[in-house]
Design a protein around this ligand. Structure first.
Ligand SMILES: Cc1ncc(COP(=O)(O)O)c(C=O)c1O
Length: 393
């Protein structure tokens, strides 16, 4: 942790303006600006989630998700346990094994799905991976196989620019972990058979609840294929060879938190009030543009994403590029600590498995004014830390 004593005399002046909200975590992400605990008072607490008020709330969460994200009417949307991890694991364990799988990863969460397929499911697959900052060539994959990938690499800040290269007439299924993409990026539903995300990400909802979106072809696979391994109850999407339809109308597999449901409904309402998906994308783009402008005028910092077309507009990952920095990881940690100590940017250190640097969440719940107020503090923290290190050298 940086301390006052390490700041040499004559170091940079502290900026005078602070962000109103210093929360730039990449998950759980900042609550919508209108959030207030008192607004959750309509949650049917202490009631069964299977009673009419609870079921109505769950169905509203599903159908408002469909409305805001533009999910086609013939796609199924379910609320499932264990957040995005639960939703994605459930999909992999229920659907894979019917054919060869192309496992695609360009950062640690995608790499985790590759490990699952290789070491847990132990199915025939080909791994396609790229280092942090780079992306896999999605055009080079065989889409007659199933394809598992993560749309936005939360820990590298590298995202798929579009789904254009995914063929419409593919024979395999595409399984997309879209947890830090949904509500911030355009997702081409016709190219995605399984899409998952968690409430705690882009809309700033609560943890532990995941969303599973299935195309008609994914449902067809579920109803025609039974994996050879046992499936725990928490993963089971079919009964007697038929999709359990209730899961997709609000009859959840197990008990959800109605407080979290109410919170998600509030976030969805706010999303609609800022122009729905278009408005959310514009807000994330504006936040990212503010950081781009800063990076262009400060030669000591740059994006981890090498190709600007792949730069995320949610999890913006930055690296320090100043030659005077001897210990990259120590330096980045010290800068993040200075920002946290000043309460101007919380939780902005790079992910533990990612290259040293900073990760600043830019999803729509973050106000551009707060990003703009934080950036001079980043310059202050950088200059102060450089001065401290030079003084020690
Ligand atoms: C791409 C990606 N996948 C999966 C996860 C895990 O999400 P959760 O903790 O909501 O299950 C995260 C969390 O940051 C993520 O960024």
């Amino acid at each position: 942790m940086a301390t006052q004593q390490t700041v040499p005399a004559g170091a940079a002046q502290k900026p005078s303006v602070r962000p109103t909200n210093p929360r730039f975590s990449s998950g759980p992400c900042a609550k919508p600006p209108v959030f207030d605990l008192n607004k959750l008072s309509d949650a049917p607490l202490g009631r069964s989630h299977r009673a009419a008020p609870g079921k109505a709330k769950l169905l509203a969460a599903i159908e408002t998700t469909r409305e805001v994200l533009g999910v086609p009417a013939d796609y199924k949307i379910g609320i499932v346990p264990a957040s995005d991890t639960g939703a994605y694991e459930m999909a992999m364990w229920s659907l894979l094994g019917e054919r060869h799988v192309e496992m695609v990863a360009w950062e640690s969460f995608g790499a985790g799905w590759v490990t699952d397929v290789a070491r847990q499911l132990k199915i025939e697959h080909t791994a396609h991976t790229a280092d942090y900052g780079k992306i896999v060539d999605m055009a080079a994959l065989n889409y007659d196989h199933d394809v598992c990938f993560t749309w936005n690499g939360t820990t590298s800040g590298v995202r798929l620019p579009s789904g254009d290269v995914i063929p419409a007439d593919r024979k395999g299924l595409t399984l997309c972990d879209a947890t830090s993409a949904a509500f911030a990026m355009d997702l081409p539903w016709d190219k995605l058979d399984v899409t998952t995300f968690s409430w705690q990400k882009v809309l700033g909802g609560e943890a532990a609840h995941g969303m599973l979106i299935l195309s008609p072809r994914a449902v067809e696979r579920l109803e025609s294929y039974t994996p050879p391994w046992p499936l725990p109850k928490i993963f089971r999407l079919t009964k007697g060879g038929k999709l359990i339809d209730g899961i997709f109308t609000g009859a959840t597999i197990n008990t959800p938190s109605m407080l979290c449901v109410e919170d998600y409904l509030l976030a969805l309402d706010w999303a609609k009030s800022v122009g729905g998906l278009k408005g959310l994308i514009a807000r994330a783009d504006a936040n990212t543009a503010a950081i781009s402008a800063f990076a262009e005028t400060h030669d000591w910092i740059g994006f981890l994403a090498e190709d600007p077309a792949t730069r995320s507009n949610t999890s913006v990952c930055l690296k320090f590029t100043d030659d005077r920095i001897a210990d990259g990881a120590g330096f980045a940690k010290a800068v993040a600590a200075r920002l946290a100590d000043e309460n101007v940017a919380l939780d902005v250190g790079a992910y533990r498995d990612a290259p040293a640097g900073l990760r600043i969440w830019c999803g729509g719940t973050v106000e551009t004014a707060d990003i703009e107020a934080m950036l001079p503090w980043l310059a202050w923290a950088f200059e102060t830390e450089i001065a401290a290190q030079m003084a020690q050298a």
